[in-house]
Design a protein around this ligand. Structure first.
Ligand code: NAD
Ligand code: ZN
Length: 355
């Protein structure tokens, strides 16, 4: 399916979700243990599977369990799957929906910030297999994406900040006012009630902006062969950091945190590939570094540059001995570079990790 999903963003919609779902002969709910308590009333006898939270659930084995549960529930092509949760739940739910009975409709209800601005938009579904991230997956657009910004109230600050890194990526691609708004986001703390309204309004408008930018790129290029690839900014490096952490069964590096590191590398690579004239302006890398630090996101890693480059070799976008990487030179000045040699990747990594 490639049609654009219907997008709804409304504070509080999680409470009456069952009433907002499209009509279907049967519905199956997929969620995780942290998100299940946020669900309101009205789910009645709808069968559900509740996952163990976290990246380790995004596995081939877990996918098998979901497919068996869909079969047991007797869901046919006139049924639908509803995935309520972070990127792990929507990636898994979308993949299961694309495989069950050769494809059934599904609804994405992202409840994490990474999910709301990125994972639930665009129809990319996945599980991790072997040493790589998202090695198995399909394109399967949800029929509806239902976003409740209020759901973010219960999200742990660390996950909120990981989401900020994804927003910074989208804003860097878009430039202009979205870049200014995302840069201005404050670190998420226990906001006092008086600040909370202002904070939530700013966050909500950034979520909406990021969501629109991503959906517009997906509409132009649903299968990721052209301009949509800009959204990989920070991800070629980021997935390599993430894969290395996963191989050590180290859940300590979140996807968004890896993307933050990847953005620094993409900016450094940008200045190596296309040096700027010397100017008094702060470099993009410095701006990114300052933002990531203020949001308590990692600025460096224990990984060795050669290992990261090796991990980048399993990236789906690699071509022979060279790599296709998205680089950034300034806000709104982001480009897809083909045939980048590994020496340059290593140079950028060495520079970033030793700063
Ligand atoms: N398909 C795509 O295009 C795409 C894009 C970006 C990321 N991803 C994938 O998404 C995953 C990362 O997403 P994520 O950061 O949402 O991970 P996640 O699904 O693990 O969610 C993060 C944590 O927050 C919890 N949580 C979610 N919503 C909550 C809420 N409202 N209140 C309290 N807790 C809540 C979850 O249970 C989990 O513990 C990665 O696997 C990444 O590869 C996919
Ligand atoms: Zn991402």
């Amino acid at each position: 399916m490639t049609s654009t999903p219907s997008l709804t963003l409304r504070a509080g919609l999680l409470a009456d979700l069952p009433a907002l779902l499209p009509a279907a002969a049967a519905t199956f709910l997929l969620t995780d243990r942290h998100v299940e308590p946020l669900l309101g009333q009205g789910w009645g006898e709808i069968p559900r599977l509740v996952l163990v939270p976290g990246e380790s659930s995004k596995s081939w084995a877990q996918l098998g369990d979901i497919l068996r549960a869909l079969d047991l529930a007797g869901l046919n092509r006139d049924g639908q799957l509803v995935a309520v949760g972070g990127g792990v739940v929507t990636d898994l739910g979308g993949l299961a929906a694309s495989l069950h009975r050769r494809g059934i409709p599904w609804v994405a209800v992202p409840t994490s910030l990474v999910g709301q601005v990125d994972a639930a938009i665009g129809g990319k579904t996945a599980v991790n297999l072997g040493s790589g991230k998202n090695t198995i997956g399909t394109f399967h657009q949800p029929t509806n994406v239902l976003v409740d910004p209020q759901a973010l109230r219960t999200l742990a600050p660390r996950h909120v900040h990981a989401g900020y890194a994804e927003m910074l990526k989208t804003a860097l691609i878009a430039g202009d006012s979205l870049w200014q708004s995302v840069r201005a986001l404050q670190a998420c703390t226990d906001e006092s009630d008086s600040n909370r309204e202002v904070y939530e309004a700013a966050l909500c408008s950034c979520v909406e902006g990021c969501l629109e930018v991503k959906q517009a790129l997906v509409d132009r290029d649903p299968f990721d062969r052209g301009p949509r690839r800009l959204l990989n900014l920070g991800h070629t490096f980021g997935h390599a950091f993430e894969s290395l952490a996963l191989q050590r069964s180290d859940d300590e590096l979140l996807h968004g945190e890896a993307v933050g590191l990847g953005l620094l590398c993409a900016a450094r690579l940008g200045s190596l590939l296309r040096p700027r004239e010397l100017s008094d302006q702060e470099s993009l890398e410095d701006i990114l570094r300052e933002r990531l630090a203020s949001w308590h996101l990692p600025l460096t890693s224990m990984e060795v540059p050669e290992d990261i480059v090796r991990a980048m070799r399993s990236d789906k976008k690699r071509q022979g001995d060279t790599h296709t990487v998205v680089i950034a030179r300034s806000a709104g000045e982001v480009s897809i570079e083909e045939k980048v040699p590994e020496e340059l990747l290593e140079q950028a990594l060495t520079a970033v990790l030793s700063t």
